[in-house]
Write a protein that binds this ligand. Structure first.
Ligand SMILES: Nc1ncnc2c1ncn2[C@@H]1O[C@H](COP(=O)(O)OP(=O)(O)OP(=O)(O)O)[C@@H](O)[C@H]1O
Ligand SMILES: [Mg+2]
Length: 485
């Protein structure tokens, strides 16, 4: 079983802090060990030098040096007081070249060879591990001062030192350190758990949002903390959720319109058949109706079909209108995906002007392009062309008695391109400005009211904005703000 992210994160934080504590503790222990050894060396060295001085004086007095050293009252008194000198000192002795004790703090050891201990000066020159090993070894530590007779080595002063006191010091220091490490590790677990909870909370929020999306529920926005790292995540989530909702709605609508269209087609065909049938009936009305219906002998006047035909025409035109509404709706709900690519704004505007110009000229409209520094932008070229064409057509339709249509483009702030479509037409009343982007809103007898809603959707799909400014009788300007390359 894999531990949860929260547990792993907490374990990592705790381990890191515990490791740091252990490293610090080890460093402290190493320092303590070195200081302990240096102290012991200082004590041993001082005692050794005192004996050395005395020994030099005794030898200088003449006679047999060994017996002089053995019988010198000064040396004897120093050796006897070593135990009082320091608790670290275990023995002190003057030895000959073979290591046999000439004078010893334990007189019983005199004349015997003394096992050499670990040379403390050498230990101090070694690494921490060797020093710790020396402290915990069974061998005594020794300070050795060589003794000469004339130029020849004569023996040495050896001071034995016990590492027990250093060990005690270390043990006393390590215990609180272990407690502190344990305490800080517990605190680290607690802090780690709280931190992990805080850090992972947004993931839980995102996860529950995703689960909702998976279940097909609508998720507007998700509540994320206002942290720099999470900036944009909530916004992207909302955009994705809206896109998914729009896509599923689009699919649903496409299905519905398909299902509505089939019966409409059937109705159109059957209406044509009825019309044909009536036509045939009328044609044969020169013959008595009874003959047409196979009832010979009955003399009846020809039926009046004009009323029926009128009804059929109304039904046919209503079916046509319904079909147009559905066609417009299908155009509106498409497309679901954008084919983004670099698009040259100038050439799109030129294409649109070339499309509207022939008709516009006939209505006395002058078309102009004013492109400055817009360059390339990232867009779906077909959709952009469609949006600009719808706007240009609206502009021309608003100038039945001629005027000027200007399509411009220039770079705008926030790395965007501003495309403007300006006409000198009838303008839009202020209270109608809010409705013009509504699907099926139109003021034109032949209009379907789809053009601007498609423009709005295309701009939205590109992550852009659309603005409109209009004065009745003066003209209208649409401004599209779309992202640059
Ligand atoms: N440049 C304009 N000047 C004046 N009115 C406008 C302009 N553009 C749009 N409108 C108004 O907004 C309405 C909606 O425009 P929209 O393009 O959506 O539909 P439409 O042009 O009526 O029909 P179609 O679906 O054929 O485009 C128009 O009927 C018109 O009243
Ligand atoms: Mg239009």
């Amino acid at each position: 079983m894999r531990a949860s992210l929260r547990v792993r994160q907490t374990a990592a934080v705790t381990l890191l802090i515990a490791l740091a504590m252990i490293m610090l503790s080890l460093q402290h222990v190493a320092n303590l060990a070195r200081v302990g050894l240096e102290d012991s060396h200082g004590i041993g060295d001082l005692l050794g030098r005192t004996i050395y001085q005395r020994a030099r004086d005794a030898i200088a007095a003449g006679g047999d040096p060994e017996s002089a050293l053995r019988t010198d009252a000064g040396i004897r008194s120093i050796l006897e007081s070593t135990a009082a000198y320091s608790r670290n000192v275990t023995y002190a002795a003057v030895v000959d070249n073979e290591g046999r004790a000439i004078a010893h703090s334990f007189p019983a050891a005199e004349g015997q060879r003394i096992e050499p201990g670990e040379n403390l000066a050498a230990v101090l020159d070694r690494d921490t591990l060797t020093q710790i090993r020396a402290i915990y070894a069974d061998r005594a530590l020794e300070v050795v001062l060589p003794l000469e007779l004339g130029d020849a080595p004569f023996g040495a002063i050896r001071v034995g030192l016990s590492p027990i006191l250093i060990r005690d010091g270390l043990a006393k220091a390590v215990q609180p350190m272990l407690w502190t490490t344990a305490l800080i590790s517990c605190a680290a677990i607690l802090v780690g758990m709280i931190l992990a909870g805080l850090i992972l909370r947004p993931i839980h929020v995102i996860n529950s949002g995703l689960m909702k999306l998976q279940r097909g529920e609508k998720v507007g926005s998700i509540e994320l903390p206002a942290d720099e790292e999470l900036e944009g995540v909530g916004e992207s989530f909302r955009a994705i959720s809206e896109k998914l909702a729009a896509r599923s709605l689009g699919r649903l609508m496409a299905g519905v319109t398909h299902e509505v269209r089939n019966p409409l087609n059937a109705m159109t065909i059957h209406l044509e058949l009825v019309r044909e049938h009536l036509h045939r009936l009328q044609r044969s009305s020169r013959a008595p109706v009874g003959a047409v219906l196979g009832l010979e002998g009955r003399e009846e006047p020809p039926p009046d079909m004009s009323g029926a035909r009128e009804h059929i025409d109304v039904i046919a035109s209503e079916i046509k209108r319904l079909d147009e509404v559905i066609t417009g709706f299908v155009r509106f709900i498409r497309p679901e995906e954008l084919q983004l690519q670099p698009v040259n704004v100038q050439s799109v505007i030129s294409e649109v002007i070339a499309l509207v110009e022939p008709d516009a000229r006939r209505s006395g409209i002058v078309c102009r392009a004013e492109v400055s520094s817009a360059g390339e932008m990232r867009a779906d070229p077909a959709l952009l062309r469609q949006a600009l064409l719808n706007l240009a057509l609206n502009g021309c339709q608003a100038m039945p008695n001629g005027g000027k249509l200007t399509m411009g483009a220039k770079t705008a702030k926030d790395r965007r391109v501003a495309i403007t479509i300006e006409d000198t037409g009838v303008g839009i009343a202020a209270d109608k400005l809010d409705s013009i982007f509504d699907l099926y809103y139109t003021t034109k007898p032949e209009g379907s009211g789809i053009g601007l809603s498609i423009v709005y959707r295309i701009v939205q799909l590109h992550g852009g904005e659309i603005e409109v400014q209009s004065t009745e009788g003066r003209g209208t300007t649409f401004r599209l703000l779309l992202p640059q390359m």
